[in-house]
Each structure stands twice: as structure tokens, then as C-alpha cells.
Design a protein around this ligand. Structure first.
Ligand SMILES: NC(=O)c1ccc[n+]([C@@H]2O[C@H](COP(=O)([O-])OP(=O)(O)OC[C@H]3O[C@@H](n4cnc5c(N)ncnc54)[C@H](O)[C@@H]3O)[C@@H](O)[C@H]2O)c1
Ligand SMILES: O=C(O)C(=O)C[C@@H](O)[C@H](O)[C@H](O)COP(=O)(O)O
Ligand SMILES: [Zn+2]
Length: 363
């Protein structure tokens, strides 16, 4: 038995789906098994998460024809090659069009599993079972799936919505500290983009969140998911407003890629990227120094990095930023900031100004 989970609906007409958040949900088989329509299931996970949680999922799959496909741990394995192997695993299973892919793990597993599901027979069901804070608050919701190329992050992918998201908060007990804090970056991001009251709440609850206190933690997850679900429902395929969810990401993805995924985690890149976006906005006369300082203090309070790691080359970072998917007509299009809770899409950003911010931030 589990306590009643928080439930948030992602409202997309006949493709709407629930996000369930709470303890014990992986064991609540009756709840999530109902989302599986056919006879076949492929659980995609990784070599760290599967030994911890695959048995809980396996019990719920009893009676189905299912198998698991495990990737090695880390962002460097979110590759086309692994999608190919996942598709081979679906073929091996004999998966028909009513099969379901189950993504058990963090955002790397979720993005790759979702993209594999989008590709198999031109699209089959998948469900998300996020096991990191970042994947609970962000990557499991909204249907962005895909993989990285050597040239950059998430350059290949598809919009493919899950049928359900099962966020069992008990799994966070085994999440390493650094990964937990990286997840907080995507929580801060949501508040910084569009929810000043939530930002103030985060400032007041930073210590409780650092201590992983259950009540504030579930509240923070639910508030961030609620916010993201609203944006996705209004603009599923990023024709407009959804791009705001990319605050800090043009800088952040460049930082991640430049470090070959060994220097900064995704959430850490986003934290540094948000501050760089705030500094650039201030430089362009869009926002106030006091707001940048407030963002800086909150990121510090939850233990996130705010500086570009030593040794990174501003020119390389700018080159990587030129391949961001938001760019149009060969010019930079960034998410900039008007202050707490107010982000904006800005096209044709002057590269010299971006370079000045990058150079000032290199330690
Ligand atoms: N699709 C989207 O909308 C979206 C949104 C945000 C981020 N992302 C993507 O998500 C990825 C980052 O996700 P992430 O931060 O979850 O990283 P991750 O998937 O690499 O997981 C982080 C680490 O935690 C381990 N782990 C996972 N769950 C665990 C648990 N319960 N206990 C112990 N260890 C556990 C993993 O094995 C890994 O080492 C990036 O690729 C990013 O681009 C996608
Ligand atoms: O859901 C979205 O939209 C986001 O932008 C969420 C981001 O946190 C996430 O990192 C996403 O994967 C970035 O997408 P991309 O389009 O920049 O590849
Ligand atoms: Zn992100």
C-alpha cells in the first residue's frame, strides 16, 4: 500500500497523461500496469539503477513477455549507437505495435528510451519511471526525447509523450548528493522563468531541501511539474513559450559538451548557464543587478556551481552555442531574463556581448 500520490495531469487531449509523485509508487503495480496496453514490455535502464530498482518493476510485469536493456552509466552513453541496440532488443523481444518501453532511471535513460519508443515501428507507448530528482521535475515530463551527437547535446530527437510518469520519491534515498543538487537546478529554473512566488518559497526552504525533508521535497517536485505541465500543454512542440524552459541551456549545453560530459552534470551546466544568461541580460540593459544577485544567492544556497570551470575556452563555447536548436538564420536566439519570474526569447543576440560575458566569467 502507498499513500495517495500527488497527481498532475499533462493536458494534451487524447494524449493526456498523469504524473504521479510520492513514495512507494514503483511497488504500486496496479496503478502503473494499467498504462501498458499490449503483451510486450522492454525496460530500459542503466547499470547503476537496474541493480537497485529493476526487481520492483519486474514484479509488476509478471505475466507479460518482457526483457531489459541496460546502458552504461553516464551522459556519454546517450547515443545513437545505444538507440540502435535498444531497437535490436525490441526486435529480439518480438515487440509488436502495442508494446511498451519502460524508462527506469534518470534523464539519460528517459531521453534515450523515449526516443527508442518513438522510433520502433514509427512510435510505440512508453512510460517514465524517473529515479533522479532532475528526471522527476523535468525530463520525464513533456515528451522531449533524443540523444547527443559528438557535435552537441540533444541534436537528434523527437517529441513523443509518455503514457504515464511514475515518480517514486523513495528512489531518491540512494541518489548521490551531487546528482540531487543538480536536480535542484531545474527546480530553480522553473521558478526563475515564470513563478516569483515559487522562487521566494525556494529561498525560504533551501535548507529543508538540502536536507531532503520529505514534505518540502515533494512540494518542490509537484510545483515544478505543475509549472512545466502547463507550459507543455500550451506549446507542446516549442513553437513559442516552451522555449523559455531552455533558460540557461544554450550556455549550459555548451559547457557540458566542452567538458566532454566529465566536468559538469546537466543540472550544473544549467546553473552556471542561468547565471550567465542573467549577466548577459543585465549587460543588455534588460534586468537589474539585484535580481542577478538573488539568483546567485539561491544557487549558492543549494550548493550549485556558478562559475565557468577552469580551462574552458570562451571561443569554443561560443562555437558550440551557434549549433543550438533555438537559433535561426545563423544568429543566436537565447532565453534572456527580465528578473525573477520573467524570462524572454531574444533573437539576433550580439555575439560580441555574449563573448564579453563568457570572457568575464572564465576563472
Ligand atoms: N527531455 C527533457 O525534457 C530533459 C529535461 C532535462 C534534462 N534532460 C536530460 O536529462 C539528462 C540528465 O538527467 P539526470 O540528471 O537524471 O542524469 P542521469 O540520467 O545521468 O542520472 C544521474 C546519475 O544518477 C544515477 N542514478 C539515477 N537514479 C538513481 C538512484 N535512484 N539512486 C542512485 N543513483 C541513481 C545515474 O545512474 C547517474 O549516474 C541529460 O541528458 C539532459 O539533457 C532532458
Ligand atoms: O522541456 C523542455 O522544453 C526543456 O527545454 C527542458 C530542459 O530542461 C531540457 O534540458 C531539454 O532536454 C532541453 O531541450 P533542448 O531542446 O534544448 O535539447
Ligand atoms: Zn535541462
Amino acid at each position: 500500500m502507498t499513500s495517495t500520490p500527488r497527481t498532475i495531469d499533462v493536458a494534451l487531449g487524447d494524449r493526456s497523461y498523469p504524473v504521479w509523485i510520492g513514495p512507494g509508487l514503483l511497488n504500486d503495480h496496479a496503478r502503473w500496469r494499467a498504462a501498458l496496453r499490449g503483451r510486450h514490455a522492454l525496460v530500459i535502464s542503466n547499470t547503476t539503477v537496474a541493480p537497485l530498482y529493476l526487481d520492483r518493476v519486474a514484479e509488476g510485469l509478471d505475466g507479460l513477455t518482457w526483457s531489459s536493456f541496460l546502458i552504461d552509466d553516464g551522459e556519454a552513453h546517450k547515443t545513437f549507437a545505444n538507440v540502435g541496440l535498444a531497437l535490436d532488443a525490441l526486435a529480439q523481444l518480438g515487440a509488436t505495435r502495442d508494446a511498451c518501453v519502460v524508462a527506469l532511471g534518470g534523464g539519460v535513460v528517459g531521453d534515450l528510451a523515449g526516443f527508442s519508443a518513438a522510433c520502433w515501428m514509427r512510435g510505440i507507448d512508453f512510460i517514465q519511471m524517473p529515479t533522479t530528482l532532475l528526471s522527476m521535475v523535468d525530463s520525464s515530463v513533456g515528451g522531449k526525447t533524443g540523444v547527443n551527437l559528438p557535435a552537441g547535446k540533444n541534436l537528434v530527437g523527437a517529441f513523443h509523450q509518455p503514457r504515464a510518469v511514475i515518480a517514486d520519491t523513495d528512489t531518491l534515498a540512494t541518489l548521490p548528493e551531487r546528482e540531487y543538487r543538480a536536480g535542484l537546478a531545474e527546480v530553480v529554473k522553473g521558478a526563475a522563468i515564470g513563478d516569483p512566488a515559487f522562487f521566494a518559497w525556494l529561498e525560504a526552504h533551501a535548507a529543508a531541501l538540502n536536507a531532503r525533508q520529505t514534505g518540502p521535497l515533494i512540494e518542490a517536485i509537484a510545483r515544478k511539474v505543475q509549472y512545466k505541465a502547463g507550459v507543455v500543454a500550451r506549446d507542446e512542440t516549442e513553437q513559442g513559450e516552451r522555449a523559455l524552459l531552455n533558460l540557461g541551456h544554450t550556455f549550459g549545453h555548451a559547457l557540458e559538451t566542452a567538458g566532454k560530459y566529465k566536468v559538469l552534470l546537466h543540472g550544473e551546466g544549467v546553473a552556471v548557464g542561468m547565471l550567465l544568461a542573467a549577466q548577459l541580460s543585465e549587460r543588455l540593459g534588460m534586468s537589474e543587478a539585484a535580481d542577478t544577485a538573488r539568483l546567485h544567492r539561491l544557487l549558492d544556497a543549494v550548493g550549485l556551481p556558478t562559475a565557468i570551470p577552469a580551462g574552458m575556452d570562451p571561443a569554443q563555447l561560443l562555437a558550440l552555442m551557434r549549433l543550438d536548436k533555438k537559433n535561426l538564420a545563423g544568429t543566436l536566439r537565447l532565453i534572456l531574463w527580465r528578473g525573477i519570474g520573467r524570462a524572454e526569447i531574444v533573437g539576433g543576440v550580439d555575439e560580441a556581448q555574449v563573448m564579453a560575458v563568457l570572457e568575464a566569467a572564465v576563472r
